[in-house]
Structure formats: structure tokens, C-alpha cells
Ligand binder design. Structure first.
Ligand SMILES: [Mg+2]
Length: 189
């Protein structure tokens, strides 16, 4: 099977790093629940100057270097790779590819392929499963016929689809991919 996995806020705890940078560098204190929209441009809590400061860190790629890996991601990706093709798919601009590869290597995040596709996550690839948090991409992927595990976040509470299941942690993803008891998947006698 082909498994697509988003990077930001699925493998990388990017939102937490944005909050850390804002607190450390700008004295702005936010909580996760303040991120009600994926685009931080829509956050009324951020002044124009604070917003520009963070966007500059995204543009030059520096914000990606100190992001932490979300608990359990590495281990489950390793396990998935033993049986499936794992493609990391990010909407980050190709200009930050070097930062991204460096971060993946430094944090020992395993993968078979890495794709930079800012406009579309599907991009003609028949993913069997895709793990995503961003509302528009999650819907695009589900509409394309792939099954989506929607990584829960304040900015995707409005999203649902028949081909989608909400997960709250990598523990949930691991249990979905490797159910501890197969009875739910076996045919009745
Ligand atoms: Mg994401």
C-alpha cells in the first residue's frame, strides 16, 4: 500500500514551535486553542508586526529547524515502512527543502520518498491511506478516493467525510494500522 503522511502538525509539532517563538521573541503568549484557522494570517490575536515576524521565520525556513517530533511518529513510521511505501508530502515551499531534509535527518524520521507539493497533496498518486491535519487538503485527499486519518487540531474541527477518521495521537494511528486484536477485521464463522 501507499501511505502519505503530512509533515507539519502531523510529524512535526510546528504549532508548538510557533507559540514558543512568539513567546520567546515577541512576548506573545498563545494557547493551542487560539489556532482556530490553519492560516495564522486569520488570527485576531496576532498583531501585524508579530504576524510578519513569524511569517519571515517560515519564509527563510529557520522556524523548521527546532520543531520537535510528535510523540510516537518515528516508531509508527518505521513500522509502516516495513510493509508499505511511505511518502512524506508537504505543502512547504520547495525553497525550504534543504531545511526540511536536514530536520528529518537530524530527528531520524524515516521515509521512502519526500514530495513538495504546495498546491495539491494528491498530485496523481493513488494513496491508500493519508495522514493529514489541514482541512482543505484532508477533503481533497478523501474526495480523491484515499482514506484519511485526520490528525485532530483546533483548526480542523469542522472537517468530516465518509472516507475519514479523526485521530488524536500517533498511538491512535498505530492502533488503526496495526490493530492489537484482529477480531474486528475477521469474517464471522
Ligand atoms: Mg499539516
Amino acid at each position: 500500500m501507499i501511505v502519505g503522511v503530512d509533515i507539519d502538525n502531523v510529524i512535526a509539532d510546528t504549532e508548538k514551535e510557533v507559540r514558543r517563538v512568539l513567546e520567546n521573541d515577541r512576548g506573545v503568549s498563545l494557547v493551542r486553542e487560539d489556532f482556530r484557522h490553519y492560516a495564522i494570517e486569520n488570527m485576531p490575536e496576532l498583531s501585524k508586526d508579530d504576524l510578519e515576524y513569524v511569517l519571515d521565520r517560515f519564509r527563510d525556513g529557520s522556524i523548521f529547524l527546532n520543531v520537535t517530533v510528535i510523540v510516537g511518529a518515528r516508531e509508527t513510521l518505521e513500522r509502516l515502512m516495513q510493509k508499505h511505501k511511505v511518502i512524506l508530502v508537504t505543502s512547504r515551499p520547495p525553497s525550504v527543502e534543504a531545511y526540511t531534509r536536514k530536520w528529518l535527518e537530524k530527528n531520524c524520521v524515516p521515509f521512502h520518498e519526500l514530495h513538495f507539493t504546495p498546491e495539491s497533496k494528491v498530485n496523481g498518486i493513488p494513496y491508500d491511506l493519508f495522514i493529514e491535519d489541514q482541512d482543505n487538503f484532508a477533503c481533497e485527499i478523501a474526495e480523491s478516493g484515499s482514506y484519511v486519518l485526520l490528525y485532530d487540531a483546533p483548526w480542523n474541527q469542522h472537517v468530516s467525510h465518509d472516507s475519514m477518521e479523526r485521530v488524536f495521537s500517533w498511538d491512535d494511528i498505530r492502533k488503526f494500522c496495526f490493530p492489537p486484536c484482529a477480531i474486528g477485521h475477521s469474517e464471522t464463522k
